[in-house]
Each structure stands twice: as structure tokens, then as C-alpha cells.
Design a protein around this ligand. Structure first.
Ligand SMILES: Nc1ncnc2c1ncn2[C@@H]1O[C@H](COP(=O)(O)OP(=O)(O)O)[C@@H](O)[C@H]1O
Ligand SMILES: CC(C)(COP(=O)(O)O)[C@@H](O)C(=O)NCCC(=O)O
Ligand SMILES: [K+]
Length: 257
């Protein structure tokens, strides 16, 4: 079985793929100080809780935080005897290499999103991924990642208001009833929620105009469903797109490595 690890700047997600479906998805906060032993303690407790007895034979990692990769490598080697495939490293083959400026890096989460989106939709796609940052990943007709947009994430925007303005409290995101807020919390929620709706609409419209072909827009990441309510921002929402992309990249490496 394949263990897929998607490590974002906020959360690290483990999913076990049995070749047909994901058996479970486990989430923990991202800390570069977490040791291989700490990962295993957490992992084994949860899979026991869920009654799963996986036989992990392969591991693939996509991490937007370079410092966590070392401990994930040790975790993989020590507990499963497996050398992981790390997306973005030269030894990890990509089904469709990205076309970007020479010398620039592409986030491994974006490479996984591109692979997952192409496998499911066949290209000409924009993925909108709501993580710590909100990424727009453009996937060309042939499956290559060809660029995109990086905007501050929803929670980062809320946190920045709280950090930067003495009288503004920490607020959780939700869809406000009205645009004109009549208290501080409602004003902040309106600014971030409706600001985000405008950002998503505005950027996808401009991407489509610049790209010059019709495109599908796929929402992914924890907050995508919040922005689907009542607004036609996405053609589809796929929570497991990054994980699916990891299974696609793994299969490609198995066949071609
Ligand atoms: N279902 C959800 N509802 C509300 N907030 C969420 C949900 N999923 C994730 N978040 C929040 O969205 C932010 C980004 O989370 P995540 O997608 O895990 O980011 P990353 O992949 O960058 O680690 C975090 O602040 C997280 O707490
Ligand atoms: C844009 C990101 C910070 C998003 O990370 P995340 O929100 O998933 O933690 C990540 O994809 C990244 O570090 N990218 C490198 C630069 C690039 O992709 O162009
Ligand atoms: K992510």
C-alpha cells in the first residue's frame, strides 16, 4: 500500500491508498521539529483506532516546508523500510514537467495538483487551492503546470488583520448574511469573505482571458466548500485532488523509474 504525505505550511496530511481508494486520512499540524518517532506514535495510534492494518510498501511526500522532509524520510525508512519519493527532487519523475521560468521552483503541492487535475479532467484547468496561501495552478492541455497565482490565504488574511490592528479581534471565517457589517466581527468577515469571492472571480476571469481557451475551475483545500455556497465560482470541488495527484505521480515513477 502507498502512504501519501501532503505537508503544507499549516497542516500535514497522511492518506493510505490501497490501489483503489484511500483507506483513511490523518491530519496533524506541521512542525519541522516533529521527529520520526513522534510521527509514528501519532500514526500508529490513529490507524489502530480506525482498525486499519496497512502494509505500507511505498511512500510519497509533497512538502511545501523543506525542513520537515528529513524527519519524514527517517520515519519512512525506520518504520516501513521504504525510501520515499519526494516530489520536486530531481529523482522524482513527473508525468508532465512544468513550463516555468528557468531556475524557478514550483511548489510540490502545485505539481501534485496539476497531475491530479490532468488525470481527472485532461487539462485546460485552473486549480484553486485554499491552503496557507491560496494558489491558482494553471494546467495546460498537455498536463503541464504552466504557472499561476499565489494570494494570501483566508486564515492568513484574518490573522494579519488581528496582528496588525490593535482593536481587531481574531475572527473565524464564515459567510456573512450581509455585506454591510454592523459590528466589528461582521465587518471583518465581510471583508475577507466577499473580498475572497471577488478575488476568485476576478483572477479566474483574467486567467481565462489571458489563456485564451475555455477552462474548468476546480476548487480544493478545506475552505473550498465555503466559497461554493451560492456563488458559481467552481465547476467542481475535489477535496482529495492533491492526494490523487500524489498517487498519479507515484504510479508514473513506478512504471518509468
Ligand atoms: N474544513 C475546514 N474548515 C475551516 N478551516 C479549515 C478547514 N480546513 C482547513 N482549514 C484552515 O485553512 C487553513 C489552511 O489549511 P490547509 O489546507 O491545511 O493548509 P496547508 O495545506 O497550507 O497546510 C488553516 O488555517 C486551516 O486551519
Ligand atoms: C505557494 C505555497 C506557499 C503554497 O503552500 P501551502 O499553502 O500549501 O502551504 C507553495 O506552493 C510554495 O511554497 N510554492 C513555491 C513557489 C511556487 O510554487 O511558485
Ligand atoms: K496544500
Amino acid at each position: 500500500m502507498l502512504l501519501c504525505i501532503d505537508c503544507g505550511n499549516t497542516n500535514t496530511v497522511f492518506s493510505i491508498w490501497n490501489g483503489e481508494r484511500f483507506l483513511c486520512t490523518l491530519r496533524t499540524s506541521t512542525h519541522h521539529g516533529r521527529t520520526a518517532d513522534a510521527y509514528f506514535t501519532w500514526f500508529s495510534t490513529l490507524i489502530t483506532h480506525y482498525g486499519i492494518e496497512p502494509d505500507i510498501t511505498d511512500v510519497i511526500v509533497a512538502s511545501t516546508v523543506p525542513r520537515v522532509v528529513w524527519n519524514l524520510r527517517v520515519f519512512s525508512d525506520r518504520f516501513f523500510g521504504v525510501r520515499p519519493i519526494v516530489v520536486g527532487k530531481p529523482e522524482c519523475l513527473l508525468p508532465h514537467p512544468p513550463r516555468v521560468d528557468a531556475g524557478t521552483g514550483v511548489g510540490p503541492d502545485r505539481l501534485a495538483n496539476a497531475a491530479g487535475a490532468f488525470d481527472r479532467h485532461g487539462g485546460d484547468v485552473v486549480v484553486v487551492d485554499f491552503g496557507t496561501a491560496t494558489n491558482f495552478d494553471v494546467v495546460a492541455e498537455d498536463g503541464a503546470y504552466v504557472g499561476g497565482v499565489i494570494a494570501p490565504g483566508v486564515n492568513l488574511s484574518l490573522e494579519a488583520l488581528h496582528q496588525g490592528a490593535a482593536a481587531l479581534p481574531h475572527v473565524d471565517i464564515s459567510q456573512p448574511e450581509r455585506v454591510i457589517g454592523t459590528n466589528t466581527v461582521a465587518c471583518i468577515q465581510s471583508g475577507v469573505f466577499w473580498g475572497y469571492v471577488g478575488l476568485i472571480q476576478g483572477i479566474t476571469t483574467r486567467i481565462k482571458a489571458e489563456y485564451g481557451r475555455s477552462m474548468k475551475v476546480i476548487g480544493t483545500g478545506g475552505l473550498a466548500p465555503l466559497f461554493a455556497q451560492g456563488e458559481l465560482l467552481f465547476d467542481t470541488i475535489e477535496d482529495d485532488l492533491t492526494m490523487h495527484g500524489l498517487t498519479v505521480i507515484h504510479a508514473y515513477n513506478t512504471e518509468n523509474g
